[in-house]
Ligand binder design. Structure first.
Ligand code: XMP
Ligand code: MG
Length: 180
C-alpha cells in the first residue's frame, strides 16, 4: 500500500524498508571499520530508534556494548518543541569510552544538543551520532558529532519504522511522509 492513514492524517510512502535495509548495512560496515578495536557503546535514543538500532546492530561485526536511554520532552504532534524534561537510563560508566548515539531523526537538533551536554559531563573518549534520518533544512542547533546519516530528507513530517505521529505508526515497516 502506497498511502496509509495514521490517526487523522494521510501519509504516502517515502523510503521503503528495502532501501532502509540496504543503507543500514552500509552504515554498519562503515561503523565496524571505524570502531574495529574500540569496543564502542551504542546508545539508542528511545522510542524512535528501536527498530533502526536493532537492524543496525545485527549488521555490525565488532565487539560492542548496547544501551538505551530516553528523553522525555513536551513535544507531540508534528513539531519539535525543543523543551526537554529529563533523561532516563543514560549509563553512568561512559568515562574514556567511545560512544555512538543512535537516533531515528535529527530535526532541529535540540534533542541531541541536550543529550550531548549530559553525555560530555562523563568525559567519554569520543562521541559520534548515527541517525537514520536528517532534515538539513530544519536544523537550528548544528550537531558536529553527526557522522553517520541514513537519509537526508526535506523538511516534511514522517512516520514509520520507529517514528510516530502522536505515538501511532512506529510499527510500520516503511517510512511515510505526510500528504494531508
Ligand atoms: P529535534 O528537533 O530535537 O527532534 O532534532 C528530534 C525528535 O523529534 C521527533 N521528530 C519527529 N518524529 N517524524 C516523527 O515521527 C518527524 O518528522 C519528526 N521530526 C522530529 C523525533 O522524536 C526525534 O527524535
Ligand atoms: Mg516522536
Amino acid at each position: 500500500m502506497n498511502t496509509i492513514e495514521v490517526g487523522d492524517r494521510k501519509f504516502e510512502i517515502s523510503i521503503t524498508n528495502e532501501r532502509i535495509n540496504e543503507r543500514t548495512k552500509l552504515i554498519a560496515a562503515q561503523i565496524s571499520a571505524d570502531y574495529k578495536d574500540k569496543c564502542p557503546i551504542f546508545i539508542g535514543v528511545l522510542n524512535g530508534s528501536f527498530l533502526f538500532m536493532a537492524d543496525l546492530l545485527k549488521e555490525t561485526e565488532i565487539p560492542c556494548e548496547v544501551a538505551f536511554m530516553k528523553v522525555s520532552s513536551y513535544q507531540g504532534g508534528l513539531t519539535s518543541s525543543g523543551e526537554m524534561k529529563e533523561i532516563f537510563g543514560l549509563p553512568d560508566n561512559l568515562k574514556d569510552r567511545h560512544l555512538i548515539l543512535v537516533e531515528d531523526i535529527v530535526d532541529t537538533g535540540f534533542t541531541l544538543k541536550y543529550i550531548l551536554e549530559k553525555v560530555y559531563l562523563q568525559a567519554p573518549a569520543s562521541v559520534r551520532v548515527c541517525s537514520l534520518l536528517f532534515k538539513p533544512e530544519a536544523i537550528l542547533s548544528p550537531i558536529k558529532e553527526l557522522e553517520y546519516v541514513g537519509f537526508e530528507i526535506p523538511n516534511e513530517f514522517v512516520v514509520g519504522y520507529g517514528l510516530d505521529y502522536d505515538e501511532l505508526g512506529r510499527n510500520l515497516k516503511h517510512i511515510y511522509r505526510t500528504i494531508s
